[in-house]
Write a protein that binds this ligand. Sequence first.
Ligand code: PMP
Length: 306
Amino acid sequence: FSDRDGVIWFNGELVDWREAKVHVLTHTLHYGMGCFEGVRAYQTDEGPCIFRLKEHTDRLFRSAKILGMPMPYTHEQINEACLQVVRENNLEEAYLRPMVFFGDEGMGLRAESLSTNVIVAAWHWPSYMSPEALTAGIKVRTSSFTRHHVNITMCKAKANGNYINSMLALREALSGGAEEALLLDPEGYVAEGSGENIFVVRDGVVYTPELTSCLDGITRATIMQFCRDLDIPVVEKRISRDEVYIADEAFFTGTAAEVLPIRELDDRDIGAGKAGPITLKLQQMYFDQVKGRRAEYPEWLHNVKA
Ligand code: PMP
């Protein structure tokens, strides 16, 4: 993955892909204190456009603030870096990875006198799941790993170290024959997937967990807006595991996973055991929106060539 052509934005400069390196004593590599974003650019009739770039950059700055990492760049510089890496790598569709990390000036938990470094990489990363999964839905298993408590790691930060929990849960789910994990919060209520927010539908009402231990997802906010536009009631509330079992429909949302139907949780079919009609409607709206096929919310698309 590191041995390929292309450029990566690294502390204000475009660096050759193979040369974008750090030292083994890089602080973040040791303690996981860092934050990142996952952003996507889609092909539209007007050229490649980044979806909700401003919201992703804003969340990156909020993450850095929560972690107490001083950002050496402005929002505008990071936005421009994102546009630049898609453009300079000639990508028509892309996954973007901005990441903020402490440098190699010293070791130890005091983390004093460390530089804050920023990279933005972009590459072609088609779909997180198979095309069949997007229509048929995936098989999910409730994880034996609990999602973070709000006072253990900071759930509003998309922090590097938080993803140890995600990886433990996902690998457990995969080795058990499922495609994704459902993590519960420390009180046993539904939180989210390893890298996705969750929604359930029952009797025409869409429900999603409150923003306590789950990430404030940008796809989640997009889907909630679509529900309001469609006059589908959408409610943020605590959801228990068995409420998912008896839901008519369930789906995950995320920049990487997009809108992903859940067909089965813990060997129980959700609804008819396939993607439900509200899920498919919202998924279609999402793909139309990100690919520039809707007139609504033009401000959500940022043309890399403009
Ligand atoms: N939860 C977690 C833990 C995630 O990693 C992600 C992906 N960033 C999401 C939810 C979904 O967030 P978004 O829609 O902003 O990609």
